[in-house]
Design a protein around this ligand. Structure first.
Ligand code: B16
Ligand code: MG
Length: 218
């Protein structure tokens, strides 16, 4: 049976995936190359430094010193944080609060599994922390998605076996990591990008009737 729901943060709870794209695009612009939304797709769910390496590869930039890499990544993060400063509780994506409330009212445990080091800041800005039993983010993991570490750590903290967890993810790397951890995966967003998920939806509003039908036979 299904005992816990584990959520990615960026692009699932709040649309910060778009902020990441804006900040990376700005960095690419400064470095003198264009960066498209489809190129950005491979950065989703991936750690900050790996994202930078992918971006530099798109621009054909090689031989960057470790100091320069750090400087570029923190530059991007400063722009990203300027965008985060505009977040309010109204920016939680449609249906999310209501779906979390429904899960909790049925005794399902809830967790966050995010690659982001900014996760605590984001969760405070949109005031969503009280709806989660555990939070695992980029500050507490060693290996980034598609490694299963972040999902397995969330399940362990929740005290639930991976096979009894559902994961909600918007990125291919995250879907892959969740599958490797032995969990079931619901993809949020473009179904083609999430071809490996067990079910693909565009919004949590679609999920409430499905949950009620399967969980309580209503
Ligand atoms: P930060 P998620 C991920 O968060 C983002 O999808 C990814 O684009 C980002 O590079 C990564 O967090 C690291 O974020 O720079 O804030 O530490 O989708 O796993 O919640
Ligand atoms: Mg995401």
């Amino acid at each position: 049976p299904f005992e816990a729901a584990i959520f990615d943060l960026d692009g699932v709870i709040v649309d910060t995936a778009n902020f990441h794209y804006k900040a990376w695009k700005r960095l690419a612009g400064e470095l003198g190359f264009a960066f498209s939304e489809s190129e950005n797709e491979q950065l989703k769910g991936v750690s900050r430094m790996e994202s930078l390496d992918l971006l530099l590869r798109c621009g054909g930039i090689t031989d960057v010193s470790p100091e320069r890499r750090e400087a570029l990544a923190s530059r991007k993060n400063e722009w990203y944080k300027e965008l985060l400063a505009t977040l309010t509780p109204a920016d939680v994506l449609p249906g999310v609060r209501s779906f979390l409330g429904l899960l909790r009212s049925h005794g399902i445990k809830t967790g966050i599994a995010s690659a982001s080091k900014n996760a605590p800041l984001i969760m405070d800005k949109v005031n969503i922390r009280p709806l989660f039993d555990v939070v695992v983010d980029g500050n507490s993991i060693v290996r980034a998605k598609p490694d299963p570490e972040v999902f397995l750590q969330a399940a362990r903290l929740l005290g639930v076996a991976p096979a009894a967890c559902f994961v909600f993810e918007d990125a291919a790397a995250g879907v892959e990591g969740a599958l490797r951890s032995g969990m079931r995966v619901v993809g949020i967003g473009d179904g083609r990008l999430l071809a490996r998920s067990h079910l693909a939806i565009t919004s949590f509003e679609q999920l409430e009737p499905i949950f009620l039908m399967s969980h309580i036979g209503a």
